[in-house]
Design a protein around this ligand. Structure first.
Ligand code: ATP
Length: 249
């Protein structure tokens, strides 16, 4: 559904993402891993239109997204939820959810009662605090609000850049199982994470970036050996080369 071919992007003249072929299908969670500075966030920002591609194509359901602005890309069905939970702190939880709908064309908006029902059903704590300012929520609860605000805009693809960053560990499984449920309903989900353990358990596929390029792209089940994953991340291991074999033959 979402596809990039030979995508390159970066800041100024410096390419940070290089020749990336990346796909996400409906109903799939793709976990994007990679060491610090590998280009994960740059890839997400490029997909969502906050950075213009330098080369290559991005399509969603065959429709070209490359070079379009973030609003236009969001309307086409791709939403990015950035780490650091982008909610409006001085608005109530209900008003934050209302605003999420106002960004949509009238024909695509859900009745606000339905938005509340869906949101408070998945994260009941938001329902208990529905009349409170978003700033009264904990970081994890604000992340929940940002996620349901994006979800109730009914995107085809949801990009989540480190949704568990800085959250209480107890909230991480709840947020990841929310994403798994959305994928099971047919949404495509891209998850960028530093933590491996919990995200690997919900992911279908893993794409690992190193120095802006795809190092490995495979089923999540292939990444069950956490030590292997850690060695791939640090560059101690190269995919397809048994450990202990190195150098030019
Ligand atoms: N706004 C910017 N201007 C210039 N260079 C940037 C900018 N943002 C990131 N970079 C550089 O681009 C490279 C990739 O950064 P990016 O944030 O995409 O990596 P990442 O894989 O998401 O890393 P992390 O896991 O640390 O978030 C890094 O070398 C970084 O310094």
């Amino acid at each position: 559904m979402l596809e990039t071919v030979n995508l390159s992007a970066g800041y100024g003249t410096l390419p940070v993402v290089r020749d990336v072929d990346f796909t996400v299908s409906a109903g799939e969670i793709v976990l994007v891993l990679g060491p610090n500075g590998a280009g994960k966030s740059t890839l997400m920002k490029t997909l969502a239109g906050f950075l213009e591609p330098k080369a290559g194509s991005i399509t969603l359901g065959g429709e070209s997204l490359g070079g379009r602005n973030p609003e236009s890309i969001a309307r086409a069905g791709l939403r990015l939820v950035l780490e650091g939970h982008r909610v409006f702190p001085e608005l109530t939880i209900e008003d934050n959810l209302r605003l999420g709908q106002l960004a949509l064309p009238r024909s695509r908006r859900l009745p606000i009662g339905e938005v509340f029902d869906r949101s408070f059903d998945v994260f009941p704590i938001l329902g208990k605090k529905r009349k409170d300012m978003a700033q009264s929520l904990s970081g994890g609860q604000q992340q929940m609000l940002a996620l349901v605000q994006a979800w109730t805009a009914q995107p085809k693809i949801l990009l989540c850049d480190e949704p568990s960053l800085g959250l209480a560990q107890s909230l991480v499984p709840e947020i990841l199982s929310f994403l798994r449920d959305r994928a099971d309903e047919g949404m495509g989900v891209v998850l960028v994470e530093q933590l491996i353990e919990h995200p690997l358990a919900v992911a279908d596929r893993v794409v690992m970036l190193r120095q802006g390029s795809v190092l490995i792209d495979g089923p999540a089940a292939d990444f069950a050996d956490r030590d292997y994953v850690a060695r791939l991340m640090t560059g101690e291991e190269t995919p397809g080369v048994p450990s202990g074999v190195s150098g030019v033959l």
